[in-house]
Design a protein around this ligand. Sequence first.
Ligand SMILES: [Zn+2]
Length: 360
Amino acid sequence: MQRPLRRAGVWFGALLALAACNARSEPVQPDPDPGDLQVRITGLPDSTFRGGFTVTDGVLTSPIYTGERLLQLPIGPLTVTPVRVTDVGIGYVAAPVSVTIQSLRRDSVILRYSIAIAPRTTTNRPDETTQGKVKLLYAVPSDGADRGLDTNGTIHRMMSSAQRWLASQTRGRFLRADAADGALDITFVRLPRTDAVYLGFGAFIRDSLEKDLRAAGFTQGNTLLLTFYDGRHVDRCASAAWPPALSGTLAALYLRGAPTSSAPCAGNPFAATAIAAPGYWEFSALHEMFHLLGLVSTAAPDHTLAGHVGNDPTDLMYAGTLPWRPAVVDVSKSNYYNNDGLPAGVTNFTLSPYVITPTR
Ligand SMILES: [Zn+2]
């Protein structure tokens, strides 16, 4: 429910109190009539509610939703300054808007939000948390084309799509992504080897990427690496370590992978918007990140094929002979995700230190 805000009385009270202190000898001025200001907000995911906006000097703070709010404000010029908001770890910003409130007239402003995107960096910005987190990397071979996926919104939209779906499946839980100053902290890495050299590593390409990234300084504690690798892979579009059996901290999407048994990976589209339903890349990123969390553990009742479940092809972690049609996190709620707990020895997504649990 959205209700129009009518807090002009509080606002005026603050102003008049200030005036009384500073201007005792001034003649008493009649109260100005308030004017209406309609505030429309665009560009936020539906139902986002994380912050507010301030008017001119920070006196008034209002909850912020996608939609419209009606305020009563004093006559004269003012600036509406939106705050940053976040949704599943994705930051959103909007520019301040100036307006002059006039009596007997309704003015309107539009706060146009867009995803907060930090300038390119080739190093890890100072971490804002020591808790477990997922560090995002856009990595390009030494001779590869740089498509700017770290700064053109592509990775942000993918992560938003994936994390919103994950939250919808897990009562609001999602992966803690590395962030700095309200935006995803994505690092651009120009790798030391050519696309052909990495391709030549075959199935060991992930180990080689992890080794080169560690040599480049990506060795922070409590940090898993999700790498958007803009190069080829000989037979797949994504892979990951699966501790403890397959040690490592790297999951990789091979954006130009060229498996012989299926279509080129690059034919899969990235999420077109932050609220788009997830597609192949978004599901793949989550699938591989779940492997990095140690899922699916071998003690799970339907465990199969080193870290997967074999009971249902709509499961995010399915592997088997049927086509993968991901639509559910743990179909049976007995293999790797159950909010109410799993038997001892079965690793539960809910308990992972890399997961943000909503506060109530
Ligand atoms: Zn897998």
